[in-house]
Design a protein around this ligand. Structure first.
Ligand code: ATP
Length: 490
């Protein structure tokens, strides 16, 4: 649909802004242009739309050199949404949108057709601006004006849309509406879109491909995950960032790292573990980075309150998540900052252990009830019933853990728990084999993210050795306590 070959151009022949830019966009694709301020994004759009002449190279639209189209023909092929600037002219919203139909007019509005009318009405409806139709555009907010100019570009009904920061001035509801609308036109009507973005995350969510410009050159081009690489983005934008995965769809997202974020020194020790009447509680002065399978706030996140709550062995609740959230609130804590799990074991039986080796320390807290012990390899023999038995394990680590380390710590802790079950000969009463856990166990790894970096946490790493030993010893002790409480041992 659009082909650029060795395009050179700008405002001054001696110093072109755009230098040898080559790319092709297929029909029905949405491509985002990214790059720092002044790198030439808007200039590139101006060269493509013919506002600026090319110094070298060619722009082809539908295999024909762009300059060979008359201006009216070109406008039927290509609509342009420039960067929104203050403008002095005064038109109603409807008149402004209707200007998008000029390529189809013979004289000024002398041949207004039903098709023109339909295009204007439809694009005003799509962008949600019908209610402002008779208002003067200069009285609208920045976002409303932006939507009016998008409607004008859509009313042009051209196959190629060039957009310069289309979501400028829009709140997130209208950003999403606009991007959804453009994506719908791309997917269902084969519209081709080339759009400048400052918001890399929005571009990654909606674009098929991204082009990253630096000082008028293309430095990267491809699918969002290929272009938004941490080192590449840091180099081009001269700033520290973290690349993360979108939580719901497989797209990369870029997060800024403020340079002056400072945390209070946080070291978790056994003294932080409070055993209250109904729950074990830990509160830390700063949030810890947590990975857990807790009932409340499972997954990876940052939390400063940790609760292991005793419930009746026959606890039943239609919505345990909602009930737990209410419980946390009534107990005086903030649900969004709290990770919480449940146990049928009285919390006075919680085992707390602290380990330190070579400047690295961890705290392990375990409650173990194994009335519902299961051999994971034989659990298919059971009915899938939810029943609280539960071994809950917390591991607090005074160090910086990478994500891979947090996940390895989960594995190391699980292996240590399984070994404790084996050594204590805890049986799966249905399979008649040694159990590996209970059917509702939870595990939490929480790192202060201060101190020494622990890249890995497998069994023979510095932190893995502490976790393996700590979880094993605390679980064995908790299992013995459980047996004692049940009169199984002295
Ligand atoms: N009308 C103009 N005359 C002369 N130089 C210009 C003109 N417009 C832009 N420039 C220069 O061209 C370079 C590229 O500008 P351009 O607007 O294309 O950058 P951009 O990547 O779109 O920037 P931003 O992210 O700030 O919108 C800049 O150095 C800018 O100063």
């Amino acid at each position: 649909m659009l082909q650029l070959n060795d395009v050179v151009g700008g405002y001054d022949d001696a110093h072109p802004v755009i230098k040898n830019v080559t790319f092709t966009i297929d029909k029905g694709k949405m491509i985002g242009i990214l790059g720092p301020n002044g790198c030439g994004k808007s200039t590139l759009l101006k060269l493509i739309s013919g506002i600026l002449p090319l110094q070298n190279g060619s722009v082809r639209i539908d295999h024909k050199v762009a300059q060979s189209y008359s201006s009216r023909e070109l406008a039927r092929k290509m609509a342009v949404l420039p960067q929104l600037h203050n403008h002095s002219f005064s038109h109603t919203v409807r008149e402004t949108v209707a200007l998008g139909r000029y390529p189809y007019q013979q004289g000024i509005f002398s041949s207004w057709s039903q098709e023109d009318e339909n295009a204007v009405v439809e694009s005003m409806r799509q962008t949600g601006i019908e209610k402002y139709a008779t208002e003067d555009i200069t009285y609208l907010s920045g976002g409303e004006q932006q939507r009016t100019f998008v409607a004008q570009a859509l009313a042009q009904k051209s196959a190629l849309l060039l957009l310069d920061e289309p979501t400028n001035h829009l709140d997130i509801e209208h950003q999403k509406q606009l991007m959804d609308l453009i994506q719908f036109e791309v997917k269902t009507h084969g519209l081709t879109v080339l759009s400048v973005f400052h918001d890399m995350n929005l571009a990654a969510l909606y674009c098929d491909e991204l082009i990253l410009l630096e000082a008028g050159h293309i430095v990267a081009q491809g699918e969002p995950h290929e272009v938004l690489k941490e080192k590449q983005v840091e180099k081009v934008y001269h700033t520290k960032i973290a690349r993360i995965s979108h939580p719901v769809i497989p797209k990369p997202q870029i997060s800024l790292l403020p340079s002056s974020y400072s945390q209070k020194a946080t070291v978790v020790s056994a003294q932080h573990i409070n055993i209250l009447s109904d729950y074990v509680l830990v509160q830390t002065p700063e949030p810890l980075k947590v990975v857990s399978s807790s009932l409340h706030n499972a997954g990876i996140g940052w939390y400063d309150t940790f609760m292991n709550r005793t419930v009746d062995e026959y606890y039943m609740c239609a919505d345990a998540h909602e009930e737990m959230e209410r419980y946390i609130q009534l107990a005086g804590f903030i649900p969004s900052k709290t990770v919480a799990m449940m146990t049928a074991v009285a919390v006075k039986h919680a085992i707390i252990k602290e380990y330190e080796e070579d400047g690295l320390s961890i705290v392990v807290v375990v409650t173990a009830g194994v009335g519902n012990a299961v051999d994971a390899s034989k659990s298919y023999l059971r009915q899938p019933l939810w029943h609280i038995g539960t071994i809950n394990i917390w591991v607090f680590i005074n160090a910086i853990l990478t994500d891979e380390s947090l996940l390895q710590a989960m594995m190391t802790a699980t292996e240590a728990k399984v070994k404790a079950m084996a050594d204590e000969k805890i049986m799966d009463t249905i399979a008649q084999t040694i159990a590996t856990g209970t059917s509702t166990d939870s595990l939490l790894i929480a790192a202060t993210q201060q101190g020494e970096m622990q890249q890995y946490a497998g069994t023979v790493t510095k932190v893995g050795r502490l976790i393996g030993r700590g979880v094993y010893e605390a679980t064995v002790e908790a299992l013995r306590d459980y047996k004692r409480a049940k009169g199984m041992i002295e």
